[in-house]
Write a protein that binds this ligand. Structure first.
Ligand SMILES: NC(=O)c1ccc[n+]([C@@H]2O[C@H](COP(=O)([O-])OP(=O)(O)OC[C@H]3O[C@@H](n4cnc5c(N)ncnc54)[C@H](O)[C@@H]3O)[C@@H](O)[C@H]2O)c1
Length: 405
């Protein structure tokens, strides 16, 4: 039996996937409300295909509880934020979960840490807990997750995976467990390599996005079209530049590379600069919006609306989103009214001046900053009438009233 600890964006789909592929699964989360919702037959976040997966898993007998179970395998999928000051991983959720697992785990159990962790986290924070508890019998594994919100169900099945283990036999056993649903290639390696690989993957993307963002700024100064430049440069067989944008959000790409900067501050300079470049983008969008306001003679921020609160299109996750960063920058630097905010995917009130319908949002607006290219608006500038559109995602086409990065 597998006990999945932490039923958030990663733990829940993983638990459901295993359960619907014949594995006996109990899902545990210490959030009572979340467990009650799942037990009432409702999923806890919106994601393509998750409803059907949930139904299949429930039919296969998955259960949800706030209690840790005695079982042979644990998969820990709790948050791993970073300390905003020293940029190092904050392992407290992982440590608490592992401590609790050790209180119930039978002899010879396997403990899989699926949360993203920085290289050496297991050696520094997890292994000492096992040693302190005299639990050399517990098999330690790190199985980082690569899925992207918005396409999680597909990617769980089709992505390649990495399994890091002290004991290759335990690694192969866990690989077989994931192979119950995963059709991708599963590489079995040691724990530190698995830890480093996951962080390196997200760092690669952060650095590539930062490069595109810097190109956008250079092209703006030089009067060139960055999208056309990237499109043509990418025709080169060995060039693959990502797209510039209004910043990087979510739980992974703006977070994980900091682990390397935090642990290797003297060495990881290039990575630090990339993260700073990405973090500068929401403010850059604000500056572009002000140029557009000046050109259009719009003086009052109350006439400007921000469309999109999530960190990417067609998901409901607002963590670290560029819009939140933009609103923070606006509050710091600007006065003169407040911008209205709307996101069709976000029902809860997350920020002041948030409205909950497109009609209410557009009423009296002269300019819209499209921070997220949700399907609702992508390629449909006519939805905004003759209002000016600031389009840092390049999703609104070309037009006299469209202002790109
Ligand atoms: N969200 C993503 O897109 C994504 C992608 C790849 C990897 N990851 C990594 O996966 C891990 C989990 O991220 P997430 O997005 O699922 O987080 P999340 O915040 O959505 O979910 C975490 C869940 O863990 C629960 N929890 C925390 N501590 C617990 C404990 N001690 N016992 C029981 N439950 C506990 C919380 O209540 C919460 O429901 C993180 O390390 C993250 O970096 C996330």
């Amino acid at each position: 039996m597998v006990n999945v600890i932490g039923l958030g964006y990663i733990g829940l789909p993983t638990a459901l996937m295993m359960a619907s592929h014949g594995v006996e699964v109990v899902g545990t989360d210490y959030n009572e409300g979340l467990v009650a919702t799942l037990n009432a037959g409702r999923i806890t976040f919106k994601e393509e295909g998750l409803d059907d997966l949930f139904e299949a898993a429930v039919a296969s007998g998955i259960t949800f509880t706030t209690e840790y179970q005695a079982c042979d395998t644990y998969i820990v999928s709790v948050p791993t934020p970073y300390d905003k000051v020293d940029k190092k991983i904050d392992p407290r959720y992982v440590v608490e979960a592992v401590r609790t697992v050790l209180g119930v785990a039978p002899e010879g159990a396997t403990l899989v840490i699926e949360s993203t962790i920085s290289p050496n986290t297991i050696d520094r924070f997890v292994r000492p807990l096992l040693e302190g508890a005299g639990r050399a019998d517990v098999g330690l594994v790190h199985a980082p997750e690569r899925i992207i919100p918005g396409n999680m169900v597909y990617e769980l099945v089709h992505n390649n995976r990495t399994i890091g283990a002290d004991d290759p036999a335990v690694g192969e056993r866990v690989a077989a467990l994931y192979a119950s649903f995963c059709e991708g290639e599963i590489s079995v390696t040691d724990i530190r390599t698995a830890e480093m690989t996951k962080v390196v993957e997200n760092t690669f993307r952060a650095v590539n996005i930062a490069f595109a963002n810097e190109l956008a700024k250079v092209c703006r100064i030089g009067g060139m079209d960055v999208y056309e430049v990237i499109r043509i440069a990418n025709k080169h067989p060995r060039v693959n530049i990502l797209q510039p944008g209004p910043g990087v959000g979510g739980h992974c790409i703006p977070v994980d590379p900091w682990f390397l900067v935090g642990d290797y501050p003297e060495t990881a300079n290039f990575i630090r600069l990339a993260l700073q470049t990405n973090a500068s983008m929401p403010e850059y969008v604000l500056r572009r919006a002000h140029e557009a306001m000046a050109e259009r003679g719009i003086a009052d921020l109350a006439r400007v609306g921000v469309y999109g609160l999530t960190y990417k299109e067609d998901v409901d996750d607002v963590r670290e989103s560029p819009t939140l960063q933009l609103l923070e920058a606006q509050a710091e630097h600007l006065s003169g009214g407040a911008m209205r905010v709307y996101d069709p995917w976000v029902e809860a009130d997350v920020v002041p001046n948030q409205v909950h319908s497109m009609g209410e949002f557009l009423d009296g607006l002269e300019m819209v900053i499209v921070m997220v290219g949700h399907s609702q608006v992508k390629g449909r500038p006519e939805l905004f009438g003759d209002r000016a559109i600031v389009d840092p995602r390049n999703v609104m086409g070309d037009g006299e009233n469209v202002y790109k990065l």
